[in-house]
Design a protein around this ligand. Structure first.
Ligand SMILES: [Zn+2]
Length: 305
């Protein structure tokens, strides 16, 4: 049986439990990002938000903070040990505006080896290993450097088995990112396409799913993009077309203003306490569907080691 690689070590898929598949516990965007609400660097605040998640019924959390976005494996490890919540960390990149200079300077193979090291040896000078690989696109285009790191992610995946998750700006370019991964020989059933609900187009979601990829809706509660009624409809679309097993749901609360412990809201409790009850109330999903989306799918996606 393949295992899931958490910051505390490898676990069996059955140990994962209820999982948020795209969140952030610790971020420190580069100085070029002037909006510092995106910075989550208060250890006590972040760990208390994680406690809230656990008390609401959470057991595992996927932290999508990349090496160009202020990832700190020592903090993730400490939070996971303190709360006994499984934390799965990533290696890879956000969008090109955050890339360090060396992305341009190094070859695809050299970048690949950096990613492989994070997955097999440890991240940020610790022995906490990355459990998945990340790259992504810009809005309506894939920048040449984004294509470069996407190819490095594909190669590192083939070398280590680590599953893949892709950032898409405003939910665009998911199919084109799959094309690049496929051209490198990646099995698309190992890939998740994030932020897909930002592009609230049910046809597009079915096309992603038909390629075999996981379709992730991670904007839950973000009314500034769409009210949750839109997400409920999109979830119904995926389930009614037989793609329940390729659906991942999370809330990507990578801002102080989203987290209770940083003085914002609705916080990590939201999906467990408000959104899932709503899905059931509107008969968009059964308890079986909820178990599939939040327990079985994350475990199947992540168990590659
Ligand atoms: Zn994120």
């Amino acid at each position: 049986m393949k295992k899931i690689r958490t910051v505390r070590g490898d676990i069996s898929a059955s140990e994962l439990g209820f999982t948020y598949s795209h969140e952030h516990l610790w971020t420190n965007p580069p100085a070029s990002q002037k909006d510092r609400d995106l910075e989550l660097t208060d250890y006590e605040a972040s760990v208390s938000e994680l406690w809230r998640f656990k008390r609401a019924g959470g057991n595992a959390l996927v932290d999508a903070t990349t090496l160009d976005y202020g990832r700190d494996a020592s903090k993730l490890l400490r939070m996971s040990i303190e709360t006994d919540v499984h934390v799965i960390a990533t290696s890879g990149f956000n969008k090109h505006v955050y890339f360090p200079k060396w992305v341009e300077a190094l070859t695809v193979e050299e970048i690949t080896q950096k990613l492989v090291r994070d997955v097999t040896i440890g991240m940020d000078g610790t022995d906490a290993k990355a459990g998945f690989l990340k790259a992504g696109s810009w809005n309506q285009l894939i920048h040449p450097l984004e294509e470069k790191v996407t190819r490095a992610v594909a190669l590192a995946h083939k070398e280590t088995g680590a599953p893949i998750w892709m950032h898409t700006e405003a939910g665009t370019m998911g199919l084109e990112l799959l094309d690049i991964l496929e051209s490198e020989g990646v099995d698309l059933t190992k890939v998740g396409i994030g932020h897909s609900d930002r592009n609230a187009d049910p046809y597009y979601h079915l096309k992603l799913a038909e390629r075999g990829a996981y379709v992730q809706f991670d904007g839950t509660s973000k009314i500034k993009y769409h009210p949750d009624s839109v997400r409920v409809t999109l979830i119904k679309n995926m389930i009614s077309h037989g793609f329940t097993e390729q659906l991942l749901i999370s809330a990507d609360m990578g801002r102080q203003e989203y987290l209770h412990a940083y003085g914002g809201g609705p916080g990590f409790e939201y999906i467990l306490k408000k959104f899932i009850p709503r899905l059931m109330d509107e008969e968009a999903a059964t308890q079986d569907d909820i178990d599939t989306i939040f327990v079985k799918n994350p475990a199947r996606w992540l168990a590659e080691f």
